[in-house]
Design a protein around this ligand. Structure first.
Ligand SMILES: O=C(O)CCC(=O)C(=O)O
Length: 263
């Protein structure tokens, strides 16, 4: 794979426009940026990792629930055998194809504008909604707060559809402008039901259906969720969170994390 694997690098003017829209709305759609052969390669690698055919030290797995309910998810079990029914795979940067994608010129240009000149990686995760079951719901949440254990808020997430993610098939949904309200709780993560009601989130949810290869930039504070996918259609999506390279890990129980420098 070469540096121009993400082929559609928008013009500087288009990127500036996208950045302004992201700041205003908390998200922006960059359109289809990933060529089909690269998408196919990434999907095949994700499946091979789940099946245990492609292994990397330290890869993180979370098996999905059998009920489709977020509340029923198990934690700390890791890889539990070959199945396509994992919900989450993390540390995708260990795979050279994913690492090259994370470091594509498109993301260099975006992070230069939104994060700064020196950039590290907080996480590169695939969220999977398995074809066999449609996967599970991920409730309204924010990606920041004490839960993330950082000395400053994370910078930016780039969400890439590896499969089509239609309205009734697990697309990203956002509450436009919610990033401007800051953190819903100091801990971050799932937004409490009372605040969802106050914000009328159900009625204001904005679905962002995406075709495979589309990239959406998402502010970490933007309230967002995904619902179950369609049975018979896998819905895999890659989400990459970039940090200002000055960001430090605050955790005390274990040795503080260090973050991979990507730009
Ligand atoms: O794609 C998904 O199912 C969830 C994505 C998400 O919540 C995230 O990127 O933070």
């Amino acid at each position: 794979m070469t540096d121009d694997a993400v082929t559609e690098l928008p013009s500087a003017a288009r990127l500036d426009e996208a950045v302004a829209s992201y700041r205003e709305r908390g998200f922006v759609r960059l359109g289809r940026c990933v060529p089909p052969d690269l998408l196919a390669e990434m999907r095949a690698r994700v499946d091979a990792m789940m099946q245990g055919e492609l292994r990397y030290e330290g890869l993180f797995f979370q098996r999905d629930t059998d009920t489709g309910r977020y509340e029923d998810l198990g934690y700390g079990h890791g890889w539990v055998g070959p199945t396509l029914r994992y919900r989450k795979l993390e540390k995708l940067e260990r795979d050279p194809v994913f690492l090259s994608f994370i470091q594509a010129p498109l993301f260099r240009e975006v992070t230069r504008r939104l994060v700064g000149p020196a950039v590290t990686l907080y996480r590169a995760v695939v969220f999977n909604k398995a074809a066999e079951t449609g996967g599970s719901d991920t409730p309204w949440h924010q990606d920041g707060g004490r839960f993330w254990g950082l000395d400053r808020d994370p910078g930016l997430q780039a969400w890439t559809a590896l499969d089509d993610a239609p309205v009734d098939g697990g697309c990203l949904e956002v509450l436009e402008g919610s990033h401007r309200m800051g953190l819903a709780t100091p801990l971050g993560g799932v937004v409490p039901a009372r605040l969802l009601e106050e914000a009328d989130a159900e009625a204001r949810a904005l679905p962002l259906p995406a075709e495979a290869g589309e990239v959406i930039l998402l502010h970490n504070y933007a309230w967002h969720r995904t619902r179950r996918g369609r049975v018979g259609h896998a819905r895999r999506a890659l989400t990459v969170c970039y940090l200002d390279a000055a960001t430090r890990c605050l955790r005390r129980k274990h040795a503080p994390r260090t973050f991979l420098r990507v730009f």
